[in-house]
Write a protein that binds this ligand. Sequence first.
Ligand SMILES: Nc1nc2c(ncn2[C@@H]2O[C@H](COP(=O)(O)OP(=O)(O)O)[C@@H](O)[C@H]2O)c(=O)[nH]1
Ligand SMILES: [Mg+2]
Length: 400
Amino acid sequence: MVGIVGKPNTGKSTFFSAATLAPAEIGSYPFTTIKPNRGIGYVRTPCVCKEFNVKDNPVNSLCLDGIRLIPVELIDCAGLVPGAWQGRGLGNQFLDEVRKADALIHIIDASGGTDSEGRACKPGEHDPLEDVRFLEHEITMWLVNIMKRDWSKIARTAETESKDLLSMLEERLSGLSIKRSHIFEALRKTGLNAEKPTLWSEEDFIRFVDALRQIAKPMLIVANKIDIPTAEENLERLKELNYLVVPCCAEAELALRRAAEKKLIDYRPGDCNFKINKPEQLNESQRKALEKIREKILLKHGSTGVQEAINMAFFKLLGMITVYPVEDVEHLSDHKGRVLPDAYLVPYGTTARQLAYMIHSELGESFIYAVEAREKKRVGEDYVLKDRDVISIISAKKRA
Ligand SMILES: Nc1nc2c(ncn2[C@@H]2O[C@H](COP(=O)(O)OP(=O)(O)O)[C@@H](O)[C@H]2O)c(=O)[nH]1
Ligand SMILES: [Mg+2]
């Protein structure tokens, strides 16, 4: 799950509403808002149907004329105000949501029109770069606070008893969506001695926690409100930070998706342009508003940025790839004859057998081999899946 975070008033809810407004084609799909602040958005990827020259019948996802939209979970987190880690404002709620997130989309008012507490101010008055440091600090301090509670006990145990530091931290942090591999990587990156944690200084400890935050809660920056002139210069400055930065106009994406929902325009999430379908149904001000979005946002920045940010979160921050499991490699279909029914998002490094387990534990247990459909090649359980692989898993039929 990916969390949408930031100060109040930067456009988090607008971004969330736009991202979770299902394309009209979805109709009766069971993908709707789960809770008010939890919803389903989509990653967008070119579908393999074009390459294989087949007409597909998507089931777990959607294919809009060769563009696959795969559902993903998003959460619109409570607005963050300074001192959240000490319980200020909706601090506790915010951190409870960050706890569940695997990656963060940080929405910033790039125009500098929202002050540090989230109140509207004159555009250009606030420096949005401060917001980046501020969010990093809040999350690091929150983690420091959690880990400090029993740190000395953990450190001592790691040196005297059979349990190592990695395993103890893994247990301690599992509820925060922090995995063993994250802890391992943070230890490696900081070069701290995991055998002698009692010798770590306070500064070492904070350095470790900060590294852990960057690894376990990777973040990208959405420079929102890019339609306001003061945002341009700040965008360039934000790009100098060590983050992926996406220029964005969440309001424009919301307007485009609503117009597409009413079939007034042809627009798929993430498109770089749109086509007006029924000019006669648009009044003058609607037409002007749409043309302004086309000229000032789409033609200038390539897209509204909402879809791009979601794609980056899953494909870049989380390193996901798309694979298409099928049963019949000849027809690329499942047992009901549906062509390319499912697109799975899996982390890069997933093996054929791990995929089998993700589909069904029984399929994982009875795995024999797999067939990669592009080259019709037989592969073993350790085969590392590639992006856009179409793969069929052959298993031993279990007797009832
Ligand atoms: N100019 C401009 N205003 C926006 C944009 N996105 C959101 N807003 C406005 O910013 C204000 C705060 O938006 P909201 O989504 O409620 O922010 P949140 O508190 O972070 O959830 C609202 O008045 C929005 O209409 C944008 O891309 N451009
Ligand atoms: Mg909100």
